[in-house]
Write a new protein. Sequence first.
Length: 260
Amino acid sequence: KDLITDLKENLSHHFKEVMVGLMYPPASYDAHELWHALKGVDTEEKCLIDILASRSNMEIFQMKEAYVMQYNTDLQQDIDSEISGHFRDTLMNLAQGTRMEGYADPSTAAQDAMILWEACEQKTGEHKNMLQMILCNRSYQQLWMVFQEFQNISGQDIVDAINECYDGYFQELLVAIVLCIRDKPSYFAYRLYNAIHDFGFHNKTIIRILIARSEIDLMNIRQQYKERYGKSLFHDIKHFASGHYGSALLAICAGDTEDY
């Protein structure tokens, strides 16, 4: 017998989603979530953003391999056919998994920052391309310096500048890339808080983030959540979710003694 098949047949609703999700290795789970985000009734842009803005080159490589194995189709081809515009171009760039790693060149940081500033000022198609190329391909270490130089040149934080100059999912994706470069646990703490409090407990987002980060940085996410929002993630989940589903989420989340 196949365990996943039995779980799907014998469980229901969100509890089933959690239990089945926990059966997947991380790369297979990402592939599963991306495929449903692209091929479901409605495209789930925020799922695409959460996954592709935050994964390392190796995680993207493994995810793409799993995607082909599970669905016999190419992730980048599916993004190309289902998404459009500069949002699609940026997702395609991220899905290549070719970001430089560990390399930083202070001499080019100011130059990159000037390009980003011009992209926020002029907003042409060419400038949008340059903006996403820098954010998708420079190393995290390089971009830390670029963001500081951007602040020096413009007198403005890069996130504030992107929010002012762009809109839609393109803007959301660019901001997610910046936030993940700065601090991934803080980004996911923000996304969880958003999903719990601003969207009436958005189950898909909460399940996806808890499962995907459970063996990576969920402890750090919990810490950031409590520091930023005053109450623990455990407390907020317990307040909004109940039954076997709530118990499953709480078991993944665990919790400090004072959270119970």
